[in-house]
Design a protein around this ligand. Sequence first.
Ligand code: MSP
Length: 514
Amino acid sequence: MSEKKPFYITTPIYYPSAKLHIGHAYCTTLADAIARFKRLAGYDVFFLTGSDEHGLKIEQKAEAAGIKPIEYTDKIVASFQNLWQKLNISNDDFIRTTQERHIKVVQEVFRRINAKGDIYKGEYKGLYCTPCESYWTEHQLDENGCCPDCHRPVQEVAEEAYFFKMSKYADRVLEYIESHPDFIQPVSRRNEMINFIKQGLEDLCISRTSFDWGIPVPGDPKHVIYVWFDALTNYLTPIGFLDDPEKFQKYWPADLHLVGKEIVRFHSIIWPCILMALDLPLPKKVYGHGWLIVDGDKMSKSKGNVVDPIGLIDEFSADAIRYFLLREINLGQDGNFSRDALISRINSDLANDLGNLLHRTLNMTKKFQDGVALAPAGESEVDKSLKADAMETVKFFHDNMEQMQLSDTIKKVWAFISRTNKYVDETQPWALAKDPAKKQELANTMYNLLESLRIISVLISPFMPTTARRIWAQLGMEPSFEDVQLADIEQWGGYPAGQHIGKAEQLFPRIEVK
Ligand code: MSP
């Protein structure tokens, strides 16, 4: 058997500084849909997410709550894991930066770079944004003298610190970005990063002494390692950097770091410098996605517009939320979340277009053919055109999902769903059923509908895994959905003739708007 091609995809590891909101769920859902697609396309996928638990911000939160940092993060991280489970996230590992396996990796990375002569001790005097855990120089601040990323006040810091000789790698990273057009995407982020480096890269302060909550510098434990140095290294830990060379060889370099646009700088400048110092190859792609805004405004606690994903999942189902996020937001751009828009998509696309197609197909198969798919023979022009559209949709799905065009892919799949609904109106099975001479024509029509739904269930599976399985079961399909591959829908006719359909169930109830 040929070896499967590996595909290593990561989300950022989230700060357990508060509960996750629907914006975080967007990033993880996106990564999950890509991971699921890649598995379908035959890749050996390793999908990683996790939590970024060290640093001053977390220490302060724990102090405010009157508990130890680890007690604080244990509780919040459990809520992350619960959310990912409810949202059906298929991650292969969950890394916590407080885990022993990770602490060992970070300290070893520090040791290796130090041994290379790329770390030195000095004094850091400058500015720090605690919410972003980010160092800034005076000239980088915004017009109000605040953090250029989050626009909150920065603090002056003056303390003994270790520095990483990042300036040494600036030219090499710039050269790499310029000669690898696909490395940073979208292109707007790439240009931003090129400009950022061209303004000059300073050495990076990689330790703090004014608080304790972090990984101790090997041999100098009054210093804790800078939280971003610690966090970025997470991508090496679960794939065997220290303990499984074969696994590491297989998955590194990562194929895709999917991150929000404000942290592209850490992933496409600082991280490559660290990797170059370790003599490791750079990740193949860093994709900076846009933000989810709520009713036109950025989500924030102070604005009181933070949308809790758990409440939404309980109310509307994980698949409906996943569908909405992936359908409504064009990757790379900001997208708007609104409850009204969500309800309207559920009613029109899920309950109406998809739900009706399944419902009428199963109903008619039951009523006209005792619930059995009869073997097709011959084809009309309208049958031919349906099949051609199905095959064209499968090809579009493959090509566009490879390019991470999720929203366009969903729109195309829904165009095929509408087209299949139109096929019902064109062929009028209820009229065929009244005419004994049209028995074969009816059999062909019902078969084509069931086969279209089989294909549709596979096409929607990266976006709506539960719904895909439910349709599969209602079609009476025997093979386990886990074994399905994209190749199974690349040819028309995989629905077994003679098969008995399963039990019909409503997929999405219509939401009544008060
Ligand atoms: N801990 C760092 C990441 C370290 S990765 C080595 C961090 N954590 S975070 O919790 O603040 O943010 C995690 C991700 O959530 C970021 O990619 C960020 O862009 C994303 N989002 C936070 N709010 C968001 C929206 N409103 N919309 C979309 N993504 C959002 O940064």
